[in-house]
Every structure is written in structure tokens, then in C-alpha cells.
Design a protein around this ligand. Structure first.
Ligand SMILES: [Zn+2]
Length: 275
């Protein structure tokens, strides 16, 4: 009984974190039984094999279901890459084809303005099923939302290409300065995803947001991104919008219930077929 509960938990956890991992786990369990594999290390190997195979199949099949993978590694002069290969390993790098076009064109634009710049993406969506939640996000369920990492410079003001303050691209918040616009009350109720994670903040390196590239990316998203590529909105904290001097109604605050957006940008595409 206890073993069944443990397996169920593993299945749910793998499904929530990777979507196809739960299914790969069930297949691995079935194969282990069929082949009478009892050794734990061999069972783990079998699961990893099934998970790898499922990930390759997802990559080949997802385009038929309207999702395409974003590039994982920044080799060969790629201007767009996942912030960490982990996002690809977990199958969280899928988006609608139109959104991949946005991301590629954005990265190309920033690289054209500032040669040698790699734009890093974090969570997109899972490969299958509209409406399947990508936790802990409120959106990202339909391939039309993508998180992009900010560009950073070190304490001496040198741009750090391909590097973020946080090792996973999330949760290293740019704190508002005294006198900045504060959109939400200091005390949030338990329903908010607006975590401050104060205890984590001192652990991150002393990098700052690189204003030239970040500003160029936002301006491109608010102009060509909107008119040519169907970007509906970009979420950012008001204090960063103000500091970067970007004035567009498409660059906006996400509301106090959603996560903070001074550690990453959120790009939202309009509905399919419209802007
Ligand atoms: Zn997002």
C-alpha cells in the first residue's frame, strides 16, 4: 500500500514538473516488471532511458500539436538559448511557432544592436495540451507565454553575456529604490504568488540589470513585437519600466496576485489568429 502511494506521488510530481515524466515513469515501471529488473539503480536507468525517449518523441511530435521547442544551448553564435539546459531537460521550453518567431527576432534585434549578445529564455510551456498548467505560473498553459531573463552587468558595469544573477533565472529581484512606485501593499494575503524570498536575495551575486540591452529589448517588443509579431503584453514591475524609460501601454504591470517581474520579463502573445 505504502509503495503504491509513493509511486502515485512520484507520478504526480513528475507530471507536474515535466508533463511527460509521469507517463515515462509508468512505462518504466511496466518494463521493469516485464524484464524482472529489481535492482534500484537499474530501475532508475530504465526510467531515464524511457524519459529520454519520451523527450525525443515529444520534440518530434509536438509541432503537429502546435508547439515547437526553443533552442537549448548557446553554441555556434546562437543569439537565443535557454537560461539553463534544465529547462529543456524538463520539457518547459515549448511555445507556439509564432512565439518562437518573436523570441528569435527579439534575440536577433538585441544582437544586431549589441553584437555578441545572447538572449536567454526561461519557462515557456510544456509540449502538449492547451490548459495544462506549468506550475507555479498562472499562465503558460497554452504556448503563448514566454519568460525571458534580464540582461546583467557586474558591479564594474561590464556586460555579462549569457549570465543571470540567479542560477535558474528566477527570484533574484531588482529592488525598487526609495521613492519608486510601489504597486502592491507590503503585506500580501496567502493567495498571492508575489513572493519576495528575502532570505535568498543575499545569496545572489552583485550584478545589476544592464539597462541598454534590457531597454532595447523592451522597446523592440513594444513596437515591432506588437505590430509585426502579435505581442499583446509584456509584464514588468512599474519601478523598472520607469527606470528604463519605456512608455508603452503594452509594457505593463501584471497585478498583485501574480509573481514579481523584476527578476524576468513575461511576454504574452495575443490569441491565435489575432493580436
Ligand atoms: Zn511568465
Amino acid at each position: 500500500m505504502l509503495r503504491l502511494v509513493a509511486r502515485l506521488l512520484i507520478f504526480v510530481l513528475l507530471t507536474l514538473v515535466t508533463q511527460i515524466g509521469g507517463l515515462a515513469y509508468l512505462v518504466a515501471l511496466g518494463l521493469a516488471r516485464l524484464l524482472r529488473v529489481r535492482h534500484e539503480a537499474l530501475r532508475l536507468g530504465l526510467f531515464l532511458l524511457c524519459y529520454g525517449a519520451a523527450s525525443i518523441i515529444a520534440m518530434l511530435v509536438a509541432p503537429s500539436f502546435g508547439r515547437v521547442p526553443l533552442p537549448c544551448l548557446a553554441g555556434n553564435g546562437e543569439t537565443l538559448a535557454a537560461q539553463s539546459p534544465l529547462y529543456c531537460v524538463l520539457n518547459r521550453n515549448y511555445v507556439a511557432p509564432e512565439l518562437r518567431e518573436v523570441a528569435l527576432a527579439l534575440a536577433e534585434h538585441v544582437d544586431a544592436e549589441f553584437p555578441g549578445t545572447t538572449t536567454l529564455v526561461v519557462d515557456g510551456s510544456f509540449p502538449f495540451l492547451d490548459g495544462f498548467p506549468l506550475l507555479p505560473h498562472l499562465s503558460h498553459g497554452n504556448g503563448r507565454a514566454l519568460d525571458v531573463a534580464y540582461y546583467y552587468e557586474d558591479a564594474e558595469g561590464r556586460f555579462r553575456n549569457g549570465v543571470t544573477r540567479s542560477p535558474i533565472g528566477y527570484f533574484a529581484f531588482e529592488q525598487p529604490a526609495t521613492g519608486d512606485v510601489l504597486p502592491c501593499p507590503a503585506q500580501q494575503d496567502g493567495l498571492s504568488l508575489r513572493w519576495d524570498l528575502d532570505a535568498l536575495q543575499p545569496l545572489f551575486p552583485n550584478y545589476r540589470l544592464e539597462p541598454q540591452r534590457t531597454g532595447a529589448a523592451l522597446r523592440w517588443l513594444a513596437t515591432a513585437g506588437v505590430t509585426r509579431f502579435g505581442v499583446r503584453s509584456v509584464f514588468i514591475e512599474p519601478h523598472l519600466k520607469q527606470a528604463l524609460g519605456v512608455n508603452s501601454s503594452h509594457i505593463r504591470f501584471q497585478g498583485c496576485r501574480a509573481a514579481r517581474h523584476d527578476d524576468h520579463l513575461h511576454i504574452q502573445l495575443g490569441r491565435s489568429g489575432g493580436v
